[in-house]
Design a protein around this ligand. Sequence first.
Ligand SMILES: [Zn+2]
Length: 198
Amino acid sequence: MGGSGSGRWYRTSAKPLVEDCRKIDVWRWHNEGLLKPNHLFSWAWWGRDGTQKSSIGVYVYNGFLELSYTVNPKSQSPQSIKYRVDLDYQQCHFGGKRPFFICPNCSSRAVKMHLGNAHFLCRKCHRLAYECQRENDYDRMLTKCQKIRIKLGGSPSTFDAFPPKPKRMHYSTYNKLRYTVQIKEEAMLGALAKSFNF
Ligand SMILES: [Zn+2]
């Protein structure tokens, strides 16, 4: 980094970014004349009420961009991210060149990229990452519920009734376990229902 823009650069990168679904569009940036090499700009997303929700800093290099932003700004562990995205320029039929993002995950060309947990990815990779995350959550919850059911001497199936309290276990322990399973199994049902659009 460095250079005359670096002061502004760091101020821009300190701006918060919520981990909501955010899109960036390289044709829009191109059409607005933002992709000049050695140029820094910031890009913001606005809420319906007209307030700025989040923003990123973008530094334009020759052939690539460096995106700079903060994820989970309000949590205890905000994460500052600098993220390189390569550009590819394609000749247009009518003259001139059109830029594309190169997705950092799969290297395919993309006009738009979406912010997932912490990184901007093409639509395909973004959807995959989301589905993996959801699957992981589901599997983790299921394993935990099954372990508790087995620990109490029952079957691991979440379709079976919750096992009764073992003789030597305190009611408080049992109730805590039962509550944990209940919450997780309800959440899993909710996730399933959502995936089938109930
Ligand atoms: Zn991709």
